[in-house]
Design a protein. Structure first.
Length: 208
């Protein structure tokens, strides 16, 4: 078993370019923990049905998706211009779902206390909301990475972009990632990091 520790990786990247995701899956944190700097691509077109607006959980009743509603963007609109649809009560619904699913788990109460202040804000843009969520989780997990929001392509570092998408392989350097999940006898990949935190707190242990 290994704790999530950026010093664990023998070949640590200095910079990492990727999309900014909603409550990212656990492999995302393994991948980015190699980096000193993460540059978030906000200039590329917004991707529908991706982890930019979708987080996956597992509950006693089965797998659940938490989906952020956005105001209907026109094709090709860059990520940093995507507006949240605050006419709907999705924030309260997401928080209640998280609370109901994880409140009886060892560290379940951490999750709502950690995320509630962000859900209760009224951010206008999707990237603002996702960035605040991710920065809060990274701080909780004590992963020391400098985060950069890149709105113009010419400001991005000249490195390959890592792709995190439900239908594509994850860039985890070939490591097989497992941790103990409460609600499933078989390991379910790509669940949000909040599933691992609810079980293990900040001392998440992975099996390689």
């Amino acid at each position: 078993m290994q704790n999530i520790d950026s010093n664990f990786f023998p070949s640590k990247k200095k910079s990492f370019l990727c999309d900014l995701l909603y409550l990212p899956p656990t492999p995302f944190f393994i991948a980015i923990s190699q980096a000193n700097h993460i540059y978030f691509d906000l200039f590329s077109p917004f991707k529908k049905q991706s982890f930019q607006t979708r987080a996956q959980m597992i509950a006693p009743s089965g797998k659940k998706d938490l989906i952020i509603p956005t105001k209907h963007p026109r094709n090709g609109l860059p990520y940093h211009k995507i507006l949240l649809d605050n006419r709907l009560d999705w924030r309260e619904k997401h928080l209640k779902c998280i609370d109901y699913t994880y409140k009886k788990m060892p560290y379940g109460w951490y999750i709502c206390d950690l995320l509630r202040p962000i859900y209760e804000k009224k951010q206008q843009y999707l990237y603002e909301f996702n960035f605040q969520m991710l920065a809060t989780i990274l701080d909780f997990l004590k992963i020391p990475i400098q985060l950069h929001l890149v709105k113009e392509k010419q400001e991005a570092p000249n490195i390959p972009k890592e792709i995190f998408h439900p239908k594509k392989p994850w860039p985890t350097l070939g490591y097989s990632l497992y941790y103990r999940q409460r609600f499933s006898p078989m390991f379910i990949p790509n669940l949000s990091i909040i599933d691992a935190i609810a079980t293990h707190g900040a001392s998440i242990e992975w099996t390689w």
